[in-house]
Design a protein around this ligand. Structure first.
Ligand SMILES: Nc1ncnc2c1ncn2[C@@H]1O[C@H](COP(=O)(O)OP(=O)(O)OP(=O)(O)O)[C@@H](O)[C@H]1O
Length: 240
């Protein structure tokens, strides 16, 4: 197997006086989708934000392509090749869809081929290109948030619960776009509570509880093992 694209080694993160990550270690294999699962409050969002440099770990190491990125700023980490779709979507409501996309492109001008691909995946963004992002529906805002990450070709995408609160038709659109992103060779680390989406997209699984990793393995093994599913599903994952 090739070297992992991302490795966390005994990463510990505190938020204020609280110990949130208690020594998190796992690998994200290169190419494919790794699902980060676990019950509410397990530490999934904190893990993604720590990788992105939005929280500083006080111990441990985070390696991207074998080189340490812990201690770097979020913009340095983005430039090293990580795209991030945050849980709160991170879009600018007062700016148009176009301006949101332009700001996400490193040079300010999106690559025409990638823009064409984004419009194919999310036609609504073309329709509302000149509208303020704040006027979009919840599903369209989520599409914009994913599109902002997709506008640059990255080695790794961190995606935090993209299906949250969305209608099934929009979830299906997002799932198609993410499958396409994977088919282009990207590596993806994704938090997802909707198990049918996680099952459809995921190749690898990392399960957290209480700030620690409690299971890692192949999605195929998790799918095939009902008792393991029950043990891990007991962590309150939703069956859609
Ligand atoms: N800004 C903060 N201040 C204090 N505690 C926080 C903060 N952010 C997160 N926490 C705590 O850290 C723990 C992990 O939260 P986190 O959001 O990482 O979990 P999660 O697994 O992503 O949960 P969910 O599925 O509900 O989004 C929780 O106990 C949460 O209350």
């Amino acid at each position: 197997m090739s070297d992992p694209i991302l490795s966390l080694r005994d990463v510990k993160t505190d938020i204020a006086q609280y110990h949130i990550l208690h020594g998190v270690s796992f690998d994200v294999p290169r190419g494919g989708v790794t699902m980060l699962l676990g019950r509410n409050g397990a530490g999934k969002t904190t893990t993604l934000r720590t990788i992105m440099g939005l929280w500083k770990p006080h111990a441990g190491e985070i390696l991207l392509d074998g080189a340490a990125i812990n201690g770097q700023t979020p913009s340095q980490i983005a430039r090293r090749g990580i795209g991030f779709v945050p849980e709160d979507m991170g879009i600018f409501s007062d700016l148009t869809v176009e301006e949101n996309i332009r700001l996400a492109a490193l040079t300010g001008a999106p690559n025409p081929e990638r823009l064409h691909w984004i419009f194919g995946a999310f036609p609504a963004l073309k329709t509302f290109w000149h509208s303020a992002a704040g006027t979009l529906s919840g599903g369209q805002k989520q599409m914009l948030s994913v599109a902002r990450a997709m506008v640059e070709e990255r080695e790794l995408y961190l995606i935090d619960e993209p299906s949250k609160g969305l209608a099934p038709a929009i979830v299906a659109t997002l799932a198609r776009a993410l499958k396409d992103l994977k088919a282009r060779g990207a590596s993806i680390l994704m938090v997802e509570q909707n198990f049918s989406l996680a099952r459809a997209l995921g190749d690898h699984v990392v399960v957290m509880d209480d700030g620690k990793i409690i299971w890692t393995g192949a999605m195929a093994d998790l799918k095939a093992d009902a008792s393991l599913q029950e043990r891990l599903m007991g962590l309150k994952m939703e069956h859609a």
